[in-house]
Design a protein around this ligand. Structure first.
Ligand code: E4P
Length: 235
């Protein structure tokens, strides 16, 4: 499963990318509007950090979407253009696909919509799971149904589980075989955490420290100085 960050914030992308397990980014107009930065700059900087960056059109008519898709796609080869799940959006997809622009169809809330997206040859389909949960429906059921209807046809469209609210959403999406999970930075951080990891590490370090005089140091003193452990472990 690929992990994408759902954010408009370049620093979050930078921090997550440093950990070596981030595959891409999804943005949307709301996320980019929160940042005090021209969107072109934000998208291009993100493209320097990860392989896939999704940027979204804001026009609602086909001609406008086509023109915006071209502009956004021209920013960088790593760009995928998000187009909303509307009939006008589909006219735009037909046009821009011919030009080699990769499309992510966004705001998908039903298996029927997802089937249409695959037939249109989109690169990604983005079902918004959390927003269905928010209105008392079952977001994971939508994902299950999409995986089910895609399976017999081997569609090339990749399923991008979106609007994820917590780590269990990510795990459930992985169990169902979603190709990608996109999540806010907070959820990405939560994936790393477990109280027993912290507790175990704490105990290991305390035990090592107690016996350090006998055990010795892993790094020679010069190397410890170089990595900034000088004060801590200086003999
Ligand atoms: C995905 O591409 C969307 O930007 C995103 O997942 C929407 O999530 P939200 O429902 O938390 O706004």
């Amino acid at each position: 499963m690929k992990f994408f960050l759902d954010t408009g914030n370049v620093e979050e992308v930078r921090r997550a990318a440093e950990l070596g397990v981030l595959d891409g980014v999804t943005t949307n107009p709301t996320l980019l509007a929160k940042e005090n930065k021209p969107f072109r700059e934000a998208l291009v900087e993100m493209c320097g950090l990860v392989d896939i960056v999704n940027g979204e059109v804001v026009a609602t008519d086909a001609a406008g979407m086509i023109a915006e898709a071209r502009e956004i796609a021209a920013l960088h080869p790593n760009i995928v253009v998000k187009i909303p799940m509307t009939p006008e959006g589909f006219k735009a997809i037909k046009a821009v696909r011919r030009e080699g622009i990769r499309v992510n169809v966004t705001l998908v809330f039903s298996p029927a919509q997802a089937l249409l997206v695959a037939k249109a040859g989109a690169y990604f389909v983005s079902p918004f799971l959390g927003r269905l949960d928010d209105i008392g429906q079952d977001g994971m059921r939508l994902l299950r149904e999409i995986m089910e209807v895609y399976r017999p046809y081997n569609f090339e469209t990749q399923v991008l589980a979106a609007s994820l609210r917590h780590p269990m959403h990510v795990i459930e999406a992985a169990k169902l075989g979603a190709h990608i999970a996109t999540m806010p930075y907070k959820v990405f951080e939560q994936l790393f955490k477990h109280p027993l990891t912290d507790k175990g590490l704490d105990a290991f370090l305390k035990d090592w420290e107690k016996a350090r005089a006998v055990l010795g140091d892993i790094l020679p003193v010069e190397a410890r100085l170089a990595v900034g452990q000088a004060g801590k472990n200086k003999k």
